[in-house]
Design a protein around this ligand. Structure first.
Ligand SMILES: [Zn+2]
Ligand SMILES: [Zn+2]
Length: 265
């Protein structure tokens, strides 16, 4: 839920303080988007008690999106298989090389030899689809963010969920992204700023909740979920943003809460 850095404490209890991790369950497949600190409780949840495989997609490698990876318990269990995908970008090493560095001294004890038997790393060219079993396609799209980031759209039959973070809409413009998310059931979107609070602040590669709602409306998305909440927006601020979202016409909009699940049918 939370952007940039995990935010523990009572001020974040309602909307959640863990950094980015979203799960899309699609038939037998379990697709995880980003390994922020939220992936730790996910790995310890009942959903993983009997599960033997999952697929993880990184939007990019900023700390808040990878920090939970070494604390995702299933990758330490022999027989579990995690397929890990990230876009290959100029000047940035492969997903295996990046995670190998992140899981090595001096950042951590050398964990890669322990988790490697359970993990299969895949690079892809952004813009290409990743096919996950029969009938599930994951489309990819380039975002505007320092060092680059990838948006994902899970398409299964007529249903679709778009995961779009971290992205600076004010710099990128919205045309290509509007086409990418057009008509999706759920748009999960980088809503790091509220222009009523931080109208003149630098965006640091992020968007406003107002830009997100406008995109969702333009693209005919059914539901809009504000995501990657600002660490400086504790629960009272998030409650106000959530109330503002609920008043928006043309799209069902709300702020993500940790542990929230949506059924798409
Ligand atoms: Zn982030
Ligand atoms: Zn980032």
């Amino acid at each position: 839920m939370r952007g940039s850095v995990p935010c523990p404490g009572p001020d974040y209890a309602e909307f959640g303080g863990n950094s980015s991790c979203v799960v899309v369950e699609c038939g037998e497949a379990l697709l995880i988007f980003d390994a922020g600190s939220g992936i730790r409780p996910l790995g310890n949840s009942a959903a993983f008690a009997t599960r033997r495989s999952a697929t993880l997609f990184f939007s990019h490698f900023h700390h808040d999106h990878i920090v939970g990876f070494p604390f995702f318990a299933p990758i330490f269990e022999s027989g579990f298989r995690l397929d890990v995908y990230a876009a290959r970008r100029p000047g940035i090493p492969s997903v295996h090389a990046v995670m190998n560095a992140a899981l090595s001294s001096p950042y951590l004890p050398d964990l890669m030899p322990i988790v490697a038997p359970q993990c299969v790393f895949h690079d892809f060219a952004v813009g290409n689809d990743v096919q996950i079993g029969p009938g599930i396609a994951v489309r990819t799209h380039d975002l505007c963010h320092p060092g680059g980031a990838t948006a994902y759209r899970v398409q299964s039959g007529s249903h679709s969920v778009a995961y779009v973070t971290d992205h600076e809409m004010a710099t990128a413009g919205s045309d290509a992204l509007r086409d990418f998310v057009e008509g999706c059931d759920v748009l999960i979107f980088d809503s790091m700023f509220d222009e009523r609070i931080d109208g003149d602040k630098p965006r640091w590669g992020h968007s406003t909740v107002q830009e997100g709602v406008a995109l969702a409306r333009d693209a005919g998305c059914t539901q809009f979920v504000a995501f990657h909440h600002n660490p400086n927006y504790p629960d009272p601020v998030m409650r106000e943003i959530d109330a503002w979202l609920s008043e928006q016409a043309g799209v069902k909009a709300f702020a993500a809460r940790e542990g929230m699940s949506l059924l798409i049918e």
